[in-house]
Write a protein that binds this ligand. Structure first.
Ligand code: TAP
Length: 508
């Protein structure tokens, strides 16, 4: 047996037993009962992706990326300093004239090709995302990767129809775009940012989050495979300092950021007065409102999806449940019973519902806020599930007897923790739902269509889901009000953020 086969068999056995022993630079096997076996490699070390190739960082520094399910390092990744960022921006700037000269039809063909390759390599991407992020394979396989491919398909469709999007105006590219993304949907957030930028004729430098860079680097391989011209997309990996250097670079025409409200405010100051376009997709504390006339069992499922999907590491998570007082006890009883059935464990197991908390730092933040909830007098309910001994884990958690003033009702926990409040009238539901500095999303469960319209009109949230939650589509714009940011991603509104509109008349 070759060394490689030996390693991959060890990895497969480890994943099957739930003990993911792993070394740097290993090979992985993902076995599916119905679809055969996939095999892919994780290199020992990844460089920056600049001007169409992988290059060693001028910083000479690398950092480890960790598998959250084990706490063990997966591999090393280059840390870009200001000089590396400068090189990447220079590559994007040099590539801009050639890329924006291409016809919309030509740009569309690249995007279609990228989307198709992503689909062909879907299982490899799903496994890699699960290993680097900790989220369950059922989610990376059914949500993250298909939606990432959908974003490239969708924006390929716009690339040659921009004139139809903006009738009477002439859409032109913004220019060189600096993009910074978080760790909770690493591949999907990269797709949300890159696809519209390329469709609009812009070039890109993107910084993935320090703790989840691997699928962006593999996306770079897809771009090579698709023959995307050198420099059109560049990836600089690193920590917050790399992000700071990027958003402050003088040659950017636009910054697009997804992440925390705190960092969003810092970026707003950094770009102020520079004539740089800015879009911010920030945090949230969504109200999920359940009326007594709702289909209660379906609403319970919706609430579970709203807060426990992706371990609650979701900006639009339904983290504040507002339930009508008359059905509160029944609803909480059903929810507590349902929480017991959430399977928490090995993210590579297809039957797992909830995977690992993404990092030790995020786990510490969740623990701190849960302790604050207990101290402030809310009642804690936790699933009795057994948590693995290694890695970062937190059980599905719910608080009842929560007051609006409690930290768990105000601050974004970004974990599998639900705060339950009550209301009596629709007016009170709206008042409580809007009593937050955030305004990203909200959900409504009721049998009455008129009530949905009445509430949706009054909720200060960029996205309002009705009798469903956490549904995404490339054609549907996504973004926030208030401290959840501005600008939209997806749909026509998302495309608008990646073009500037000129007016002009031609002679004759
Ligand atoms: P942040 O700590 O804000 O980090 C986001 C990204 O910014 C990371 O790549 C980070 O690098 C980088 N960064 C950190 N400091 C920076 C600075 N001063 N200048 C430029 N870049 C900087 O957020 P996070 O913890 O990764 O993600 C969770 C947050 O993202 C939550 O608040 C969540 O609600 C929000 N989020 C929002 C959305 C939408 S669409 N609204 C979607 C997903 C997540 P490092 O990671 O390397 O430090």
């Amino acid at each position: 047996m070759s060394k490689e086969t030996e390693k991959s068999n060890d990895a497969a056995a480890a994943s099957a037993t739930g003990s993911h022993a792993l070394q740097f630079g290993t090979a992985w096997q993902y076995e599916s009962a119905t679809e055969g076996t996939d095999h892919f490699e994780i290199a020992e070390r990844y460089d920056l992706f600049v001007d169409g190739e992988f290059v060693a960082p001028q910083s000479g520094e690398y950092f480890a990326t960790i598998n959250p399910a084990t706490g063990e390092p997966l591999c090393e990744v280059a840390s870009a300093n200001a000089a590396d960022v400068d090189r990447a921006v220079a590559a994007a700037k040099a590539a801009l004239p050639g890329w924006k000269r291409k016809s919309g039809d030509e740009r569309a063909r690249y995007l279609f090709r990228i989307a198709r390759i992503l689909q062909e390599r879907a299982r490899e991407f799903a496994c890699l995302e699960t290993l680097d992020n900790g989220k369950p394979i059922a989610e990376t396989r059914d949500v993250d990767v298909p939606l990432a491919a959908q974003h490239f398909f969708y924006h390929a469709g716009w690339a040659d129809k921009l004139d139809l999007l903006f009738p009477g105006r002439v859409p032109v590219p913004v220019g060189v775009i600096g993009q910074v993304i978080p760790w909770n949907f690493p591949l999907l957030m990269a797709a949300w940012k890159i696809a519209p930028a390329l469709a609009g004729g812009n070039t890109v430098v993107l910084k993935p989050a320090e703790t989840s860079p691997l699928t962006a680097l593999r996306l770079a391989e897809v771009f090579q495979q698709a023959g995307l011209p050198a420099g059109v997309v560049n990836f600089v990996t690193g920590d917050g300092a790399t992000g700071q250097a990027l958003v402050r670079h003088p040659d950017l025409d636009k910054v697009a950021f997804t992440g925390s409200t705190e960092v969003g405010k810092d970026i707003q100051q950094a770009v102020a007065g520079r004539g740089v376009d800015l879009t911010l997709e920030l945090g949230g504390k969504a109200a999920h409102i359940v009326f007594e006339d709702a289909a209660i069992d379906q609403a319970v499922e919706g609430v579970v999806r709203g807060i426990f999907f992706n371990q609650g590491h979701v900006c639009c998570a339904g983290s504040r449940l507002l339930v009508q007082e008359s059905v509160h006890d029944l609803f909480v009883r059903k929810l507590a019973r349902r929480m017991e059935r959430i399977r928490v464990g090995n993210p590579l197991d297809k039957n797992t519902d909830m995977g690992a908390i993404h990092s030790a730092a995020q786990l510490a933040r969740i623990e701190e806020l849960v302790a604050a909830g207990v101290d402030e007098g809310a009642t804690l309910h936790q699933s009795s599930c057994e948590l693995p001994g290694q890695g970062f884990w937190f059980a599905p958690t719910m608080f009842t007897n929560v007051a609006l003033s409690h930290r768990i009702a105000r601050e974004e926990i970004f974990g599998p923790v639900l705060s339950v409040l009550t209301f009596r009238t629709p007016e009170e539901a709206v008042e409580k739902a809007n009593n937050t500095s955030y305004g990203l999303s909200a959900g409504i469960w009721t049998d009455k269509g008129a009530r949905i319209l009445w509430l949706a009109d009054r909720l200060r949230a960029g996205v309002v889901w009705n009798n469903t939650f956490n549904r995404f589509d490339a054609a549907s714009p996504f973004g926030g009000f208030k401290e959840s940011g501005f600008g939209r991603e997806g749909g026509r509104a998302g495309m608008r953020a990646y073009v500037r509109l000129q007016d002009g008349l031609s002679a004759g």
